[in-house]
Every structure is written in structure tokens, then in C-alpha cells.
Write a protein that binds this ligand. Structure first.
Ligand code: PLP
Ligand code: ZN
Length: 464
């Protein structure tokens, strides 16, 4: 594949000559771009992305993936736009921006299942009902395993593929979607995977994916935070590679959500981007994506990020109320939004930096609000999972309170496909979820197979 190909009509502002060296797809050609692990606490420690290391070897703090932004910024913005647009269909959403994500990976080590390139769908009808100028849903769940975790996992498993002679297996703790993505990408590459799930706290659709993909699946009698503690110990000696977002390589691919949606909006920034937050890797990655896009001149400003949490697992919201002065964990309580039931988020400080960098907001919503918002969104042709329900509910609330002004352009990051959460959706329609809007419920009408009875139902239900 020739990555330098420019698709006619798609190359917005790409008059500049292609700089030599960016064409790192050709074998034998060294990429001029560099990325490495660096201490997030600022002690200056650096390690190679090939090293099996999750915390700073100096101070024990978090690591993050850093890029040589100066070298990236020497490529004209128009060139990046043309390059990303021209590769998007053939290389997928993540690898169309490979220099911004994992510049040194060889073509032969990339493990891809066609992730990214997910639709950004505008809903003028929903915007009108909400009282906001423009609302679009970024459908990250329209992806191989049904959630945005694929964007992160393609990058992580590609690195594992490169260093596979040094590891026995890859492991993760999961609220469901991480294990689905890990097991699929590992199966694609022929690498053993191990997943730790909190027993009875993931949906059937989420459990069946790692099982089907042949992962060693351990069901533990604890919650996500308990599974995380076990997986930390299992991966401590480096022989089993950690696929949770404590490993900062896991979220690097997720920043492409931001750059991809900017491309879909013709390189203009929306005013607000709303995403649900649990372990807070995704909101951090989304923030990084927007900041990078601005630093490379792809857009002239960043949108304001909104992180939406359920009030049953709201450590970031509590910290926000306190001006981010503290980062106290909470004990996550039972919630319909099972994928964000996390009380002690790994990426807490990174999320705070992302929110500060984008003048962000944190909102919390109740169980009834998230259930109603998910069902409300479905009435405009979507099919929302409960986590997206949290984001939609937060957006609804902020618009109603005037904190998102009515002239705004808003993007909701939908994190998973609703089909993964059909139990939740059925419960809403059966009225088994507390205090949901009864008008949004819709159950099958049981009627005899008789034309007169059927006509009577139609006459009763349809407008004349
Ligand atoms: C993982 C996940 C989230 C939360 O992402 P974090 O990075 O943990 O904050 C939200 N929604 C869905 C569907 C997820 O799978
Ligand atoms: Zn350090």
C-alpha cells in the first residue's frame, strides 16, 4: 500500500510538497519521528516503548507516551490532513495516523481488525429537542468488538507482536469491553490472552467474546478494582504483559477518536465533546488528541471536554467540585453503567490535566437520568449503551442548565454498541429501572393473529 497516495478532492489544503522521510511505510526507510515512555510526574525518566514497564522506574509515578511534537509540527498541517484522509479507508482510523500514535512500528507487526473510521452522525431532530444548535454522536461502538477499546488494543497488541519472544501472554482486568478487545486482537495475532472479570458484573454479550476468542477467562468474586489488584500482581515480573490502561501504550490509539472526529468535521473543532469516564484513560486520551491536533495546526482551538460519571462511581466529579485539589478514590456502587463502575481510576491525574487543558467540565448523573437519556437517544435512531446514556444525560442536563449554551456544537462520544447491553435496554422498556420516563417505554403488543384485532390495535395506536 502506498501511504503517500493523495485522494483527489479529499486533500484539503495539501499544496505543499510531501517532505521526505514521512513515507515510513516503505521497507527500509527509517521514520524521522520518535515516541517513548516518559514519567507523568515530571521526574524526567524515559524508557523505550519496547520496555515492559508500567510505572516510572525512578519515582513510581504514572508513565505516558510522549512524541517528538517538534518534528511532527515541521510537517505542514495540510500535509497531515491529506495524509490522514487519504489513508483512512485503507488503513483504518488508527493506522491512518500511525506517525502520531506508534511511529516506529513495522508494517508486518501491525495487528489490525479494521478499527476506527467510525461514523459521526448528526441528529438535527435530537438537537432541536435538546435545544442546542448541533449535536453529533461519534459511534465508537461501531467497531470490531463493539467498543472503542479496539482503538487502544490494536496499538498495544501490535507492540506485543513485536516483542512477543519476551512474553508468555497478555492479561487484563475488565468491566467487559477491554477483555473483548484484548482477546480478539490476541486471537488475530496468535498470542495467548488472560482476562480477569468480576463475577456476575459483566453482560452475557461481554462474557461471550473472550470465551469465543479462546482467552483464559477467570471469573473472580470481586469488583473491577479487585480484579485490577490481582492482574497487577500477575504481571509484576514482566513475563505476562499488562493490557490495562496503567500501561500507557494501551490508550495511545484512543486519541485518534479526537483527530478522526475533527477530520469528519472538516477540521473545525466542536464547542463541547462529552464522554463517559470510568478508569479515565479514554478522557485523557481524547484530551491528548485534541491538544496534539491544535499543536500540529490541524485546528485552531480545542473543544471543551465534558467527562460524565454516574453518581454511583464519581471520584472525578467529587474532585472537580473541589477544584481538583484532591484525588480521593470512592467505593464504586452498583450501577447500570457497568463499564464505568470504577472507584479508584488509574488515570485520575491524566484526566485532570486533560480537563484543565480544555477548560473542561465534569458532570454526574443518576441511574434514572442515564436510563432515560439512553432511551431518549434511541428515539432518534441511535441504540445507546448505558455509558453513552451517562454522556447523553450529562449533555441534556448541562444544556438545560445553560452551562452548554444553546448555540453550541456538541459531540457525544458513544463508547459501545447497544447490542452489548441488551439486558439493560430490555429492563428499561419493561419498567424494571427505577423512575425512568414511562413514555419512552415500548413493549410488544400481544394480539391474536386475526386481521380485525390487528386493525383495532393499529387504529388505537397510530395517528388517524
Ligand atoms: C472502558 C469503557 C468506558 C470508560 O473508559 P475509561 O477509559 O475507563 O474511562 C466507557 N464506556 C465503555 C463502553 C467502556 O468500555
Ligand atoms: Zn518519575
Amino acid at each position: 500500500m502506498d501511504s503517500g497516495r493523495i485522494v483527489p478532492g479529499n486533500a484539503s489544503g495539501s499544496g505543499a510538497a510531501r517532505p521526505a522521510g514521512v513515507r515510513n511505510r516503505e521497507p527500509g526507510m527509517e521514520t524521522p519521528f520518535n515516541a517513548w515512555f516518559e514519567c507523568f510526574s515530571g521526574c524526567g525518566a524515559r524508557r523505550s516503548l519496547e520496555d515492559i514497564v508500567y510505572r516510572c522506574p525512578n519515582c513510581g509515578g504514572l508513565l505516558e507516551v510522549r512524541h517528538d511534537t517538534g518534528a511532527l509540527a515541521r510537517v505542514p498541517a495540510g500535509e497531515w490532513k491529506a495524509r490522514i484522509a487519504s489513508r483512512a479507508l485503507t488503513d483504518g482510523g488508527v493506522w491512518s495516523m500511525r506517525e502520531l500514535v506508534l511511529p516506529a512500528i513495522e508494517e508486518g507487526n501491525i495487528v489490525s481488525l479494521g478499527e476506527g473510521n467510525t461514523p459521526l452522525i448528526a441528529s438535527p431532530r435530537m438537537a432541536e429537542r435538546l435545544g442546542v444548535a448541533d449535536i453529533r454522536i461519534k459511534q465508537c461502538g461501531t467497531s470490531h468488538t463493539g467498543s472503542f477499546k479496539d482503538l487502544g488494543m490494536t496499538v498495544l497488541v501490535s507492540m506485543v507482536h513485536r516483542i512477543r519472544d519476551r512474553i508468555r501472554a497478555v492479561a487484563c482486568a475488565s468491566t467487559g469491553d477491554t477483555s473483548a478487545a484484548l482477546s480478539a486482537y490476541c486471537a488475530a495475532a496468535g498470542i495467548p490472552s488472560i482476562v480477569f472479570l468480576p463475577r456476575g458484573k459483566v453482560s452475557k454479550a461481554q462474557l461471550i467474546q473472550p470465551i469465543s476468542n479462546g482467552a483464559l477467562t477467570l471469573s473472580l468474586d470481586t469488583d473491577f478494582d479487585g480484579c485490577m489488584e490481582i492482574v497487577r500482581q500477575v504481571t509484576a515480573d514482566g513475563s505476562i504483559y499488562l493490557a490495562n490502561s496503567l500501561n500507557s501504550l494501551r490508550v495511545e490509539g484512543q486519541k485518534t477518536i479526537s483527530i478522526e472526529l475533527l477530520r469528519q468535521m472538516d477540521w473545525t473543532a466542536p464547542d463541547y465533546v462529552v464522554a463517559p469516564g470510568g478508569n479515565l484513560g479514554n478522557i485523557s486520551a481524547i484530551g491528548n488528541g485534541f491538544v496534539l491536533a491544535r499543536d500540529l495546526g490541524l485546528v485552531d482551538r480545542v473543544p471543551r471536554l465534558v467527562c460524565a460519571q454516574t453518581e454511583r462511581a464519581n471520584p472525578l466529579y467529587r474532585s472537580y467540585l473541589d477544584g481538583f485539589a484532591r484525588m480521593d478514590p470512592v467505593t464504586a456502587r452498583e450501577t447500570l453503567a457497568t463499564a464505568i463502575r470504577i472507584g479508584n481510576p488509574v488515570s485520575f491525574p491524566k484526566a485532570i490535566r486533560a480537563l484543565r487543558a480544555t477548560d473542561g467540565i465534569v458532570a454526574q448523573v443518576s441511574e434514572a437520568e442515564l436510563a432515560d437519556a439512553a432511551a431518549f437517544g434511541d428515539r432518534f435512531g441511535f441504540f445507546n449503551d448505558p455509558q453513552t446514556g451517562v454522556a447523553l444525560a450529562a449533555a441534556r442536563k448541562l444544556v438545560a442548565e445553560g452551562r452548554i449554551p444553546s448555540a453550541s456544537r456538541v459531540v457525544i462520544v458513544s463508547t459501545a454498541h447497544g447490542l452489548k447491553f441488551s439486558d439493560f435496554k430490555l429492563r428499561v422498556h419493561e419498567g424494571r429501572v427505577p423512575a425512568s420516563e414511562p413514555a419512552l417505554r415500548n413493549l410488544p403488543v400481544e394480539v391474536a393473529a386475526d386481521i380485525d384485532r390487528v386493525r383495532a390495535v393499529l387504529d388505537g395506536k397510530l395517528p388517524a
